[in-house]
Design a protein around this ligand. Structure first.
Ligand code: SDX
Length: 434
């Protein structure tokens, strides 16, 4: 579908004696958009929308979210069907190319990704420059940004072949780099990727295998991690994806753009919420302390928020949170820790919050980050690695959206304006006169 003005649809703005007719555009699903591109020229005014609560910054064919209905579609396919019937690498193909692959297309794609999983051996030297207790997200930002120092043959963003090679390299190398960051933090040797393993099994063995003994792949953990990757793969124009798009709009190379996305994802209001949610559950500790924290979350003078709750778009249950909760139970049951105290606290916190008028009125539900931390910790990942795993999964979404932006004839360098509220023009004052 090409984006065009919807015939017969226009918005009339009446301001200061001017009445510009602003074209309205309709998509396949979701709200229409009012094209304000010529508003400044016709009214000498900017729009004002901090946080972009009512602003579409692009047209896209990749992901659709209906926040009120709790719907999430990747290229039209519902997230629960994909997490139940597909696998992460097939979902990567879908997000990148727009269609589910047939058997030969998937086989070729899997071979391509598999053969890009190693990183240049010299990259291992970067790690020795970090403290062992460096946050792995700090390492990810540094190492991923440095990829552009090694792969000069896939940084020309105007060459479609190079764009696709860079996309494959990013999807393939993120698990390797993430596993290296984890191994470095625990003082164990890096484990090379294995070409005989699927994507998620490979990541688990790079994280948890040691050279001294064979590593046993647990199919339940592999399936759970693969499903977690699917849930986190893309999410429309969230903060980190918008960061990648804005960085890419200047023509920056894809590795630098992904590094910018990683940096943005790190924030506790965004991808860092899974780490913050687990820290919060550990701070609450026991079910009897939940009311104290519910009270704090509602106190305007207390900056405390329930991490893993609320969402800019979902004003109904985050469809990913349901699948995440089921996965959490499966993993804990499989590992024989279903009585994990933190899970009891999380479930009771969810029950109480969903019955509380404050959360109901503000439409605050658990989001994808609420149960992911408990699951990942049970799988053996330290809290500091939770957002790294989110970044591994979201890389395909970032790169698919970056590619779409580069190939979009409408896109140009992103350059928002502002409402200036600083001092009026004034003359310089010599030091002796101040
Ligand atoms: C992700 O955008 C995406 O798609 C992101 C993501 C993705 O896949 O890319 O889905 C991943 O980032 C999920 C969100 C993870 N973040 C958290 O769990 C952190 C806790 N949540 C909040 O910080 C907050 O809910 C946000 C940041 C997620 C959304 O913030 P908004 O949309 O700006 O909403 P808001 O801050 O304006 O809150 C609206 C009201 C406020 O009260 P009032 O000022 O109207 O009186 O709800 C309150 C807030 O105080 N509120 C909360 C709350 N979240 C919002 N109160 C208590 N606890 C919370 N968690």
């Amino acid at each position: 579908m090409n984006v065009h003005d919807t015939p017969g649809k226009a918005a009339t703005l009446s301001y200061a004696g001017k009445e510009p007719q602003l074209p309205v555009r309709s998509g396949t699903l979701g709200p229409d958009v009012i094209d304000v591109g010529r508003l400044y020229r016709e009214t000498d005014c900017f729009t004002y929308d901090p946080g972009f609560t009512s602003t579409a910054n692009c047209s896209s064919r990749i992901t659709y979210i209906d926040g009120d209905a709790g719907v999430l579609l990747y290229r039209g396919y519902p997230i629960d069907e994909l997490s139940d019937q597909s696998n992460f690498l097939e979902t990567c193909y879908l997000l990148l190319y727009g269609e589910l692959p047939n058997a030969s297309e998937f086989k070729e794609f899997e071979q391509t990704i598999t053969r890009h999983t190693m990183v240049h051996e010299q990259m291992t030297r970067f790690f020795t420059g970090f403290r062992r207790d460096a946050h792995p997200m700090a390492i990810m930002v540094g190492i991923v940004g440095a990829l552009s120092a090694f792969y000069h043959d896939s940084t020309d963003i105007n060459d479609p072949k190079q764009r696709m090679i860079a996309s494959h390299r990013m999807i393939a190398k993120m698990p390797t780099i993430a596993a290296m960051a984890f191994k470095y933090s625990v003082g164990q040797p890096f484990i090379y990727p294995r070409n005989d393993l699927d994507y998620s099994s490979n990541f688990l063995q790079m994280c948890f295998a040691v050279p001294c003994e064979p590593y046993r792949i647990d199919p339940v953990l592999t399936k759970a991690l693969d499903r977690i990757f699917i849930l986190h793969a893309d999410h429309e124009q969230n903060a980190s994806t918008s960061t990648v798009r804005l960085a890419g709009s200047s023509g920056a190379n894809p590795f630098a753009c992904i590094a910018a996305g990683i940096a943005c994802l790190w924030g506790p209001a965004h991808g860092g919420a899974n780490e913050a949610a687990l820290d919060m559950l550990e701070e609450i500790g026991t079910v009897d302390r939940i009311p104290e924290y519910i009270k704090r979350a509602k106190d305007k003078d207390d900056p405390f928020r329930l991490m893993g709750f609320g969402h800019r778009v979902y004003k109904n249950y985050d469809p990913r949170a349901k699948v995440m909760q089921e996965t959490c139970h499966e993993v804990l049951d499989n590992l024989g820790v279903k009585n994990e105290p933190l899970l009891q606290v999380a479930m009771e916190l969810e029950r109480i919050a969903l019955e509380d008028e404050y959360f109901i009125e503000k439409k605050l539900y658990p989001n994808v980050d609420f149960y992911s931390g408990i699951t990942l910790r049970a799988m053996g990942f330290p809290t500091s690695m939770f957002t790294v795993l989110f970044a591994v999964a979201r890389t395909v979404g970032w790169i698919a959206q970056w590619k779409e932006m580069i190939e979009d004839p409408e896109q140009r360098i992103g350059r928002p304006r502002q409402l200036y509220i600083g001092p009026d023009k004034r003359s310089f004052v010599e030091l002796g006169q101040r």
